[in-house]
Design a protein around this ligand. Structure first.
Ligand SMILES: [Zn+2]
Length: 209
C-alpha cells in the first residue's frame, strides 16, 4: 500500500524538475534505441525504455512481481514513454510477508486503531503486493497516464485514496473502492485478526507468532 507519508492527499502538482527528467529520459531512450535494436532485435523500444528508466529510477526493482504483471507493467511503461513521452516508475512492487507485516503494524501504531490503519495498509494475507500483482507507481503524471491507459494492459487503479496504487487484474476492472480497508467481501482474514480489536492485541499476537 502506501509508501509516501507526505503524498496521501490528492496527487501533488508536478515538480518543476519533473519535465526535465522526462525530457532527458526520452532523449536517452531515443539515443539508446539503435543499440537496443542490435541487442534485442524487434524489441528496441522495450529495451531502450528499460535502460533509460533504470537510469532515471535506479532504486526501483521489478523483482518478485508475477511474470504476467511484470510484463504488463513493462509494456505499459514502454507505451507511456514512446507514445506520450510520460515516465512511469515503480516505487514499490512485490513485498515479502515480513515487510508487509512491518508496514501494516507501523500503520496500526501510527493510527491507533485497526480500522483506521486499514485505510492505508493491509496485513500480508490480503495485500496484493505480497501476491506480486500490485504496483505503487510514480510520478503523479505517470500515475495519471496509467489510470487513463492502463486497461489495455489490465492495470487498474483500485483505491480513491491511493493515486499511486495499481493492480494487475487480467479478469477485468475491479470495483473502485474508497480505500484498502473497504476491501471486497470474501477477502481472507486470519482468525487472530478478526478477533483482535486493538493494536496491543495484534502486537502480542505477532510477537508470539
Ligand atoms: Zn500499494
Amino acid at each position: 500500500m502506501h509508501e509516501h507519508d507526505t503524498e496521501r492527499d490528492a496527487a501533488r502538482p508536478p515538480r518543476r524538475r519533473d519535465p526535465v527528467y522526462a525530457a532527458v529520459t526520452r532523449i536517452a531512450a531515443f539515443a539508446l534505441a539503435p543499440v537496443a535494436a542490435a541487442v534485442t532485435p524487434g524489441r528496441a523500444r522495450h529495451t531502450a525504455c528499460r535502460w533509460a528508466l533504470a537510469a532515471r529510477f535506479p532504486a526501483e526493482s521489478l523483482d518478485g512481481l508475477q511474470p504476467a504483471a511484470r510484463a504488463a507493467f513493462e509494456a505499459a511503461r514502454t507505451r507511456a514513454l514512446w507514445e506520450h513521452g510520460v515516465l512511469l516508475g515503480l516505487t514499490s512492487g512485490y513485498r515479502d510477508r515480513a515487510t508487509q507485516t512491518a508496514l501494516y503494524l507501523a500503520e496500526v501504531r501510527r493510527c491507533g486503531s485497526v480500522a483506521e490503519a486499514r485505510r492505508w495498509a493491509l496485513p500480508p494475507e490480503e495485500s496484493r503486493h505480497v501476491a506480486g500483482t500490485a504496483m505503487d507507481v510514480r510520478p503523479t503524471e505517470g500515475a495519471r497516464w496509467l489510470e487513463r491507459h492502463g486497461a489495455l494492459h489490465s492495470l487498474y487503479r483500485v483505491y480513491d485514496n491511493e493515486w499511486w496504487h495499481f493492480e494487475y487484474r487480467p479478469d477485468g476492472p475491479p470495483a473502485r473502492l474508497p480505500h484498502p480497508g473497504a476491501a471486497a467481501r470474501g477477502t481472507r482474514r486470519p482468525e487472530w485478526f478478526r478477533q483482535a480489536t486493538s493494536m496491543t492485541e495484534i502486537d502480542l499476537t505477532c510477537s508470539a507468532a
